[in-house]
Design a protein around this ligand. Sequence first.
Ligand code: ATP
Length: 590
Amino acid sequence: MDYLKLAEYFEELEKTSKRLEKTFIITKLLKDIIKEKDPELFINLIRGKVFPAWDERKIGVSDKIVIKALETSTGNSKEHINKLFSELGDLGEVAFELVKKKKQVTLQNVRLTVDLVYNNVRDLADLEGEGTVNKKIGLISELLTSATPLEAKFIVRLILEQMRTGAADSTLRDAIVWCFFSDKLRLSYEQSTNEFKLPDNNRKEYDLFVDKVQHGYDLTNDFAEVFKIIKEQGINALEKITLKAGKPINVMLYQKVKSVEEAFEVVGKNLALEYKYDGFRLQIHNNNGNILLYTRRLENVTKQFPDVVDLIKKTVKGENFILDAEIIGIDPVSHKWLSFQNISQRIKRKYDIEKLVKEVPVMVNVFDIISLNNESLISAPFVRRRNMIEKIVPNIPEKIQPAKQVVTDDIEAAKKFYEESLSLGNEGIMAKNLSGEYKPGSRVGYGVKIKPILDTLDLVIVKADHGEGKRAGWLTSFTVACQDSNGNLLEIGKVGSGLKEKEEEGTTFLEVTNLLKPLIISTEGKTVTIKPHVIIEVAFEEIQASNDSSSGFSLRFPRIVNLRSDKKVSDINYLDEIKITYDAQRGRNK
Ligand code: ATP
């Protein structure tokens, strides 16, 4: 396919904010590529990437490099390009304008195919060593020289990994269902009225297909693989996907309840209780002696934890497994358990790792097992999984252990366990149904977490204000957003306090400013609009109704308690959850 055709699809996607319409456009595109030899590359491109989600390679090109490539390929000065950039706030649009002007004078000669663009952009990620910057500029200029304005716009955005087409994972998932099963389900969509129709009696089957595709994705982390499996073997083949140690899978999540009583109601009486350690989740893979560690977002953090790699190698039995664990920091002097904040340094650190291993030693608490010796355990009941953990994971004080667990159906005993857990500095407890399966990616009722009333929210930063006086140079006040059930972001007010000025006191303004700066989309006065990416945990006194924010709510006395680098935008709190807390609060206040 010509890249231009794909760019036209992207343009169409960008023009609408309606999720159903986006699904329809992606469906058209998927139908177009069904016969392509390599649908993989198109599916990655729809996601705005040249690698699948499980592959953590980054393209690694900065705005600066793109600007240089634009200078070379369009003959404009850096000053002119920067000026346009500050006016338009997007280098993709800048590329569009510059190439448009140039094309009026020169004739385009090479036709860009999707293959060619994809492979060249992928090559950018593999460039290393001396002269890398120049090679990158050369490769990008080459592409831009042959591009039409629209192609240039989406080449630049692809390179910067900022597609802005709004093709969320859930939209792509639904489009895969529409693409293969519209006829079977008699599903129709009317673009002019944005109407989606499905005969009533087919609704259940439709939901089932969506669930199956989601399940396939949760296991593979790769929509291209899911697409290929359906195309070649049919939808039921998704159930037979085998798990491979070494390839991360989406983690199971838990609902939240407010009390031990509610936990028994949701989970049932057949349950186990565990400490909810306040640390960092790691998915631990052993692929025949090759240990790999992934975060909750499935980023590879193996290099940051040589001590954990070593420990797993030496102490856990089994050639081949995938474990789910929470690691917590241990104070080497007082031997107290440290909170998430302390351990988060270990995830960020790229140098002096050995020194940090000594300063913040960690303990591994294994709470689930997903596969053992090539047997997938996701359908095995939790009680069997726990038995396996106990068989292969030893109990070595301050090093590694199966998560502390009790099995009881006595509410009073459960309450005592909850108090004991809190008194040790844990966040609360987990209650898990002993017959529950491991459901990757979902928050099913097989398990719940019980924490003291919701007093923090995970929110994403969407705008920020430059500080003044002593704080000039930093971003110091942040507009944060939650999401609705379609993943649309809704603002819920501003938060300024909680960050520190000095590094030894905790997360600093400078640190957050450095994270946000590359994400600035546009500037207006002292306020910048930020590409939603950075998640913070915000504590508050109360949720208030508000006409000033798009969510309809704001927070009283908000303060930042943590940077949640382990979370994605899709993990932030939902408006519905905020409404529930708001209502519960009102109940309390009456
Ligand atoms: P939170 O923000 O409360 O940590 P979360 O959104 O990261 O929650 P949830 O699934 O809602 O994830 O809550 C469970 C989290 O608690 C897990 O992601 C894991 O990091 C942590 N955890 C600590 N101890 C346990 C345990 N024994 N079993 C399961 N999860 C545990």
